[in-house]
Ligand binder design. Structure first.
Ligand SMILES: Cc1ncc(COP(=O)(O)O)c(C=O)c1O
Length: 427
């Protein structure tokens, strides 16, 4: 009986693998890893522990991972031009927690984006920040809802005296005014955190703002949205080594012990891919997002932020209230193998969260599969056929997707002869 259940899980995973290769995945927080990263996954490192830092571990047997981890840390520092990097957090939330636990004391005021303003749950009272303080206030937004109102924020800083500002968000279309608020933050001794979970790959590609240069004290991020995977987190800073000790302890032992060596090795490979192909990929991703936004507008959708060129990231926001709202539209598209998520838009009330007006679209995964501007036009047409004209488009989606099966911006073509590194007893 139990054996049968294991067989069912195996078959379900196989179905997932096959189905996902037929879909247009437009979830803005996801990406795929290269074939090379996949072959390296599942190695003996999937079984192992390595707490602490390379050369200072609490367990024996870590010589090989020590080398890989210290090289990765150095490569990340070079890539992001920073003095400090922690590659141990196992997710973006885990990286945020390491930072928040190091700097927020009970009662401190923290300023972050609201949920309708695009903010992430880890910045909120209900999430990670809320474990350390309940005093969370939100950035005032400009009339368009996608930019911070700088003057109002300055006034709020003077009135509310926040200890920390958290820039960065989940519905993220434009750069943040880090530079514009740097002086007032300095004058008021505010810890400026920039959550780059969504835009890390765009930053690495040099096409988005560089928050450390702009005045952020700490950058956190996920490594698997616009960056090339695996699913982990990262912390970057230019602070001195003595100050960095707080963050270091926040990461270990503060928010994790072992840090999942299998995905760490994958991240080491993915980082080489970013170094080699990240510029070209980031540029194409943003071009694609702009092309998709313009094409959706062209077929009649209410695409957000047109007056600002729609987007400067991998994301596009669309108001689909006239088609029944975000939930209905996202469900209908999913039935047609186009996968994306509903999203609250900036002017909405939080109570709309179960059926918001918006959808959020991310082009980063389809870009990695080789799609360009022409394909974005085709995606817009498919979405329109499905949502505005009630057509079944699944077969067409599957045929279209069949031409985009290889993960690009990688060494896969050169390293195609690499064998999977799963230990033999797994095969
Ligand atoms: C702004 C932001 N920060 C943090 C996270 C959390 O990242 P992770 O899922 O890696 O924990 C997300 C996830 O989507 C996010 O959008």
């Amino acid at each position: 009986m139990l054996e049968k259940y294991v067989r069912q899980i195996y078959d379900a995973v196989k179905r997932q693998n096959e189905w996902r290769m037929r879909t247009l995945n437009l979830i803005a927080s996801e990406n795929v890893v290269s074939d090379t990263v996949r072959k390296i996954a599942g190695s003996d490192f999937a079984h192992r522990y390595a707490e602490g830092h390379p050369g200072e571990r609490y367990y024996q047997g870590t010589d090989i991972i020590d080398r890989i981890e210290s090289d990765l840390r150095n490569h990340i520092k070079t890539l992001f031009r920073c003095l400090q990097a922690d590659v141990r957090p196992i997710s973006g939330t885990n990286a945020n927690e390491a930072v928040f636990s190091s700097f927020i004391e009970y009662g401190d005021v923290v300023m972050a984006h609201s949920t309708p303003g695009g903010g992430h749950i880890s910045h909120h009272r209900a999430g990670s920040v809320g474990k350390f303080t309940k005093n969370v206030i939100n950035f005032p937004l400009a009339a368009d809802g996608f930019h911070i109102d700088i003057e109002k924020t300055k006034t709020l800083i003077s009135d509310a005296r926040p200890k920390m500002l958290i820039f960065g968000k989940s519905l993220f279309l434009f750069p943040e005014p880090v530079k514009e608020l740097a002086d007032i933050c300095k004058e008021n001794d505010i810890v400026v955190v920039y959550d780059a979970a969504h835009v890390l790959g765009l930053m690495a590609g040099g096409i988005f703002q560089d928050p450390l240069q702009d005045g952020a004290y700490i950058v956190t991020g996920s490594t698997h949205k616009t960056y090339f995977g695996t699913q982990r987190g990262i912390i970057l800073s230019n602070m001195s080594s003595s100050r960095w000790q707080r963050v270091d302890k926040g990461a270990f032992p503060g928010s994790s012990s072992n840090h999942h060596l299998d995905t760490l090795v994958g991240l080491a490979v993915a980082t080489q891919e970013v170094i080699s192909f990240g510029k070209e990929y980031a540029a194409q991703t943003v071009k694609n997002a702009k092309a998709l936004a313009a094409a959706l507008k062209g077929v009649g959708f209410d695409v957000s932020a047109e007056e600002f060129g729609f987007t400067e990231t991998h994301q596009v926001a669309v108001n689909v209230k006239e088609f029944g709202g975000g939930r209905m539209v996202a469900n209908l598209l999913k039935e047609n193998d186009i996968v994306l998520n509903m999203n609250v838009l900036p002017y909405e009330k939080l109570r709309n969260v179960t059926n918001p007006d918006g959808i959020r679209i991310g082009v980063q995964e389809m870009t990695r599969f080789g799609m360009k501007e022409d394909e974005m036009e085709r995606i817009a047409q498919l979405i329109s056929d499905c949502i505005a004209h009630g057509k079944q488009v699944r077969d067409e989606v599957n045929r279209f997707r069949a031409d985009f099966q290889k993960v690009g911006y990688s060494f896969d073509a050169k390293l195609g002869d690499l064998k999977s590194l799963k230990p033999e007893f797994f095969e």
